[in-house]
Design a protein around this ligand. Structure first.
Ligand SMILES: Nc1ncnc2c1ncn2[C@@H]1O[C@H](COP(=O)(O)OP(=O)(O)OP(=O)(O)O)[C@@H](O)[C@H]1O
Ligand SMILES: [Mg+2]
Length: 145
């Protein structure tokens, strides 16, 4: 997928270049990357594409909706993919860990696909696969760790 936001001036900005992304069941993935690298754009495209293409149920969570993570458990039986954008951004350590545990449980116990954008190395290190988005490219970080 590629994304070029509507140009404000003469030159547009290409945020994502030919990003390919496959979602695996039972996997918690995190996407790191600098601010403005296009992670929110990527999540929006991925959730939009996916729900348009298939009968999947998709849940999107943003930073202001951490409390809804608690309900992810209840909804989990109907949800195939959970996308979360910086879900632990404003949380204290214990609450953040509860959110991470919920994601791990959704992936590990309930075989869901969970994709989380974060700035938190701590969260990323608890995921199954870590990706880095920068300069329009999505790269998997050390998968042998
Ligand atoms: N609708 C839009 N029109 C023009 N530019 C946009 C639009 N949406 C996003 N951008 C630009 O695209 C780039 C990527 O934005 P995006 O919000 O996806 O980044 P991000 O990685 O989520 O950043 P952050 O870590 O701050 O949340 C930024 O340079 C942003 O300014
Ligand atoms: Mg963002």
């Amino acid at each position: 997928m590629s994304a070029t936001p509507a140009p404000a001036g003469a030159a547009g900005t290409t945020v994502l270049k030919d990003v390919r992304y496959a979602f695996e069941r039972g996997t918690l993935r995190t996407i790191l990357g600098p601010s403005g690298s296009g992670r929110t754009t990527l999540l929006s495209l991925a959730s939009g594409l996916d729900s348009a293409m298939a009968t999947r149920n998709v849940m999107s969570l943003s930073g202001g909706q951490q409390q809804r993570v608690a309900t992810a458990r209840a909804l989990a039986c109907d949800v195939d993919i959970v996308f979360a954008d910086a879900p632990t951004g404003n949380l204290d350590e214990d609450t953040a860990q509860g959110v991470i545990d919920t994601f791990r449980d959704l992936a590990g116990e309930q075989d869901k696909r969970v994709v989380v954008v974060t700035h938190s190395q701590h969260l990323a290190l608890q995921s199954d696969r870590i990706f880095d988005l920068r300069k329009g490219k999505l790269t998997e970080l050390d998968s042998t760790r």
